[in-house]
Ligand binder design. Structure first.
Ligand code: HEC
Length: 163
């Protein structure tokens, strides 16, 4: 009897640890699940879906190497209003994954499409679905304008150390 209680506690604690750890590393987690060939996973589910670009109006977006400080500052303001209640700037999860490294994990067009076409991408993107499984909250569409999405993207780049 005593042993079973200890065992149960141990199971609960260890699953909590795995849960927190897994969610703070959405990419590592996804790589393990999807293997190195995201396109083969993709071919089974959504043959027309491009997991590198996502789905939406943005394609082959060119971003200048140097950070646009003004844009990043505007992006920070919008993020404070609409995003940072669920996202930390570190790599720690809050409700959604931390933003640190997100511009390294994803291409610009993927991020811009995800920010402006959130619902469709949650339904189709294998990386987002892996995150959803861990975070258990569906990110609500934030109704961003294209300009706001670019500003937030610039702020994310600043957060990732671009100067
Ligand atoms: C209610 C909480 C919530 C709010 C508000 C929110 N998000 Fe999210 N976000 C999530 C969750 C949860 C995920 C993980 C995917 C899922 O489960 O839908 C996510 C995932 C993301 C990702 C992918 C992260 C990665 O590294 O792969 C980005 C980028 C993102 N959100 C940007 C934004 C932006 C930009 C805003 C504000 C305009 C925002 N989020 C507002 C909850 C939220």
């Amino acid at each position: 009897m005593f042993k079973t209680i200890i065992m149960k506690k141990f199971l609960i604690i260890s699953s909590l640890i795995i849960f927190v750890f897994a969610c703070s590393n959405p990419d590592a987690n996804n790589d393990a699940a999807a293997g190195s060939t995201s396109s083969s996973t993709n071919a089974k589910g959504n043959p027309s879906y491009d997991p590198d670009r996502g789905e939406g109006k943005f394609k082959d977006v060119q971003i200048s190497e140097k950070l646009d400080e003004e844009k990043a500052a505007r992006g920070e303001k919008v993020s404070e209003l609409k995003c940072l209640s669920c996202h930390k700037l570190s790599d720690e999860r809050l409700v959604g994954p931390g933003w640190k490294g997100t511009t390294v994990r994803h291409r610009a067009d993927w991020l811009l499409n995800f920010m402006t076409n959130t619902d469709a991408m949650i339904d189709k993107d294998p990386k987002v679905q892996a995150m959803l499984e861990i975070c258990m909250v569906r990110m609500p569409n934030q109704n961003l304008t294209d300009d706001e999405a670019f500003e937030i993207y610039e702020f994310m780049r600043k957060n990732d150390g671009v100067e």
